[in-house]
Design a protein around this ligand. Structure first.
Ligand code: SF4
Length: 248
């Protein structure tokens, strides 16, 4: 059974949530003209947003982090986006020397050894490249939804990150059913790993399938406590966001 079979469902209020998401994106594009990027993880929510940006011809750049540890099914989406929408995707990779030094010092499986080492790996492979993606930009668009986890229960449509940039979350109030209804209705390309019970997909060593009834993000860093389960990209002022600054 595909993710579409399992999750796509039009529920009350979908049309209003869709219209609002477009309004949020359109407003952000106008306000931050030429200085806004969608930081796409290539996950289901981000594919919806990319489709909305392209469909409504919004002047929002597309950027992604190629950590060097992604599944092949994830990486191939970059070409699929460019083919489908005719828009370039900026690809940000970690600094090779930093990766080599980290792996040589801490081993290939360091992320499983401690939260500090896992966050250090995320720092090198995600946060530093993200800082380059966002350099000179005033705003970024993410696929965060309140429903994704308890940690994300207060996500707003527009927030300010620790560097004073606007962080736009047009799908903040969308449900998982909304996301898949949109994908099905608009034939949006998506990561086939979603068909294998992986709702949240990150790097291969840090992603597993979830079981029925588990939290959306239960398959990410599953060996850690719930509160530690962010890579720093979307941490809040109270926890580890300053990692972005530390690695910039
Ligand atoms: S998600 Fe895992 S492999 Fe990817 S950067 Fe973070 S710790 Fe490293």
């Amino acid at each position: 059974m595909s993710a579409i079979d399992l999750y796509a469902r039009k529920t009350a209020g979908f049309d209003e949530r869709l219209a609002h998401a477009v309004e949020v994106l359109r407003g952000a594009a106008a306000e931050h003209l030429g200085r806004i990027v969608q930081a796409t993880s290539l996950g289901a929510e981000d594919m919806v947003i990319t489709d909305l940006i392209a469909r409504h011809e919004l002047p929002i750049a597309l950027g992604t982090l190629e950590t060097g540890m992604l599944h092949e099914q994830t990486v191939t989406l970059i070409d699929r986006i460019e083919d489908r929408y005719g828009r370039p995707v900026e690809v940000y990779k970690p600094i090779a020397e930093s990766v080599v030094h980290f792996v040589r010092t801490n081993g290939e499986k360091a992320m499983y050894e401690s939260i500090d080492l896992r966050k250090a790996c995320c720092g090198i492979r995600k946060l530093e490249p993200l800082s380059r993606m966002l350099a000179g930009r005033a705003a970024w668009v993410t696929g965060l939804r309140r429903e994704q986890s308890n940690n994300r229960g207060v996500v707003g449509y527009s927030e300010t990150d620790d560097h004073g940039r606007a962080k736009i979350n047009p799908l903040a109030d969308w449900t998982w059913n909304d996301v898949w209804h949109y994908i099905a209705a608009n034939d949006v390309p998506y990561n086939r790993l979603h068909d294998e019970f992986m709702p949240s997909i990150g790097c291969a060593p840090c992603t597993r399938a979830i079981a029925v009834g588990e939290d959306f993000r239960a398959g990410r860093w599953w060996w850690e406590d719930e509160k530690a389960k962010e890579c720093g990209l979307h941490a809040t002022n109270e926890n580890a966001v300053s990692m972005i600054g530390a690695k910039a």
